[in-house]
Design a protein around this ligand. Structure first.
Ligand code: ZN
Length: 471
């Protein structure tokens, strides 16, 4: 089996691995590079002709795993994209949003270049269009969790819960040639254990090769109970001060997770009843997909639904669709929780809510997700005296808070535990989807504490693995 690392190598975006084995050529994920330093790679030709690929296996719909699929299809891929049923329903929402952003960015660049009289280095075209994003959906094949699905004779896949976002999976690839068999496991992004809403990650016992993510391989998160308590405390204090709690949220998972916590805090009387707005049509669409896929939810959440206590429907909660409704929120005279996208404040309706609240000492801007370098969100977390929004400086007088424990990724302990379930003969491990220093640090721990053979592959590194396991 040959494995070619085409992304998420010593950094965290652009997940894409090319596998060639038993006469099959496939990709695991086809993600967008989102870090500034690697954006050029999105425009480079694929290292293999897309029409020569037999399958794409998709672990989950986050753009750093799915965001180059429209380009792959435009450039000739015509075969099946296999993923879980919940991911298949989320994918059109996520890719359409991405294409719209690509189109807007290209239009804006064109306008700016014209104004500045500059001749651009690249043509101002979107990476892909909304029409191209829609073409992906026809190729998607739904594979239920736990079903062993034959790609062809001697090659099978199985998707298992990864506990990261709705529909997320780890993928097991089994190959058989005569009496020889080989198994590779791709962790995908692994979630935290004992988090509300979706199920916990599943573990694997046997494989010859494992590709594991390492995003938070250098730190341990706060306990989930502490994060909910912090959320409640910040809301109570802000309500006492008479301000709003403005929370930038990602439309997939974080928005629904916040609703889960808010519904519980209100139901248990730990925060006062107050208006809660989800001002994101995309997050509302995603919430509908959650309701359609209750097979992915954990026991606690399905129990709530059965007893008529939906975490997505509680006193005070309002889903905001139109722009007029969105604007009306700012005329409200009582404290409210306002959740809107984008999660890192790079665009979307959150910017308007920031304009209305960032200079009010009684309001709180609360971050519950990762804030990448260079984003408005990251800038605000550094609490400068003022920030520019819509081209104008705004004094930052609001309280700024950040809760880290909501992360969708397993921490160092979680990753060590997940990999600890493999039985001898122990697999050869590849660590991806982590900053270089983080991945190298985790590799060191795994070698010393678990006696594992660990590699941290670089961009475009190619490994050839021998079929060595007899079934
Ligand atoms: Zn992810």
């Amino acid at each position: 089996m040959k494995i070619h690392f085409l992304g998420a190598s010593q950094q965290v975006t652009g997940s894409c691995y090319l596998i060639e084995a038993a006469g099959v050529r496939l990709l695991v994920d086809c993600g967008l590079f989102q870090e500034r330093a690697y954006l050029e790679r999105n425009w480079a030709p694929f290292p293999v002709p897309p029409e020569s690929l037999d399958f794409v296996l998709l672990t989950h719909v986050h753009l750093d795993h799915s965001g180059l699929l429209p380009k792959l299809v435009r450039e000739g891929f015509r075969n099946r994209i296999l993923t879980t049923p919940a991911s298949a329903d989320l994918l059109p929402i996520v890719l359409l949003d991405s294409a719209q952003i690509q189109e807007e960015d290209a239009a804006q660049k064109k306008k700016r270049h014209r104004k500045e009289g500059r001749r651009p280095r690249h043509p101002e075209v979107p990476l892909y269009t909304t029409a191209e994003a829609e073409r992906v959906n026809r190729l998607v094949k739904r594979v239920p969790y736990e079903k062993r699905f034959a790609l062809r004779k001697g090659v099978a896949v199985r998707f298992r819960e990864a506990g990261h976002i709705l529909g997320s999976a780890s993928i097991e690839l089994s190959l058989k040639e005569g009496r020889r068999s080989f198994r590779a496991v791709f962790s995908g992004d692994l979630g935290q254990w004992k988090k509300p809403l979706i199920r916990d990650p599943e573990v694997f016992k046997q494989a010859q090769t494992v590709v594991m993510e390492s995003t938070y391989g250098d730190r341990d998160h706060d306990a989930p109970a502490d994060t909910e308590t912090s959320l409640g405390r910040i809301i109570k204090e802000t309500v006492s001060a008479g301000g709003n709690i403005v929370i930038p949220v990602f439309a997939v998972e974080r928005a629904q997770e916040m609703m889960f916590h808010l519904s519980r805090l209100i139901r248990q009387g730990r925060i006062p009843r107050l208006p809660v707005f989800l001002d994101s049509p995309m997050a509302t669409d995603v919430t509908d997909v959650f309701l359609r896929h209750q097979e992915c939810l954990d026991k606690e959440t399905t129990g709530l639904f059965r007893s008529g206590q939906s975490p997505f429907q509680f006193a005070g909660l309002r889903y905001v669709r139109t722009q007029a409704e969105s604007k009306a929120i700012n005329g409200l005279r009582q404290p409210a929780v306002i959740m809107a996208g984008s999660g890192m404040c790079t665009g979307g309706r959150i910017k308007h809510h920031l304009v209305h609240n960032i200079s009010r000492p009684e309001s709180t801007i609360l971050f519950v997700g990762y804030q990448a370098v260079g984003t408005l969100g990251r800038q605000i977390t550094a609490r400068p005296p003022e920030v520019r929004i819509f081209g104008q400086p705004r004094p930052l007088r609001a309280r700024v808070e950040q809760i880290h424990g909501f992360s969708g990724h397993a921490d160092r302990g979680g990753l060590m535990d997940w990999v600890g379930h493999f039985r001898p003969p122990l697999p050869v491990l590849f660590l991806t989807h982590g900053e270089k220093e983080v991945a190298l640090g985790l590799a060191r721990s795994l070698r010393e504490e678990r006696n594992l053979d660990v590699n941290v592959p670089g961009y475009q590194d190619l490994y050839e693995l021998k079929f060595s396991f007899n079934s």
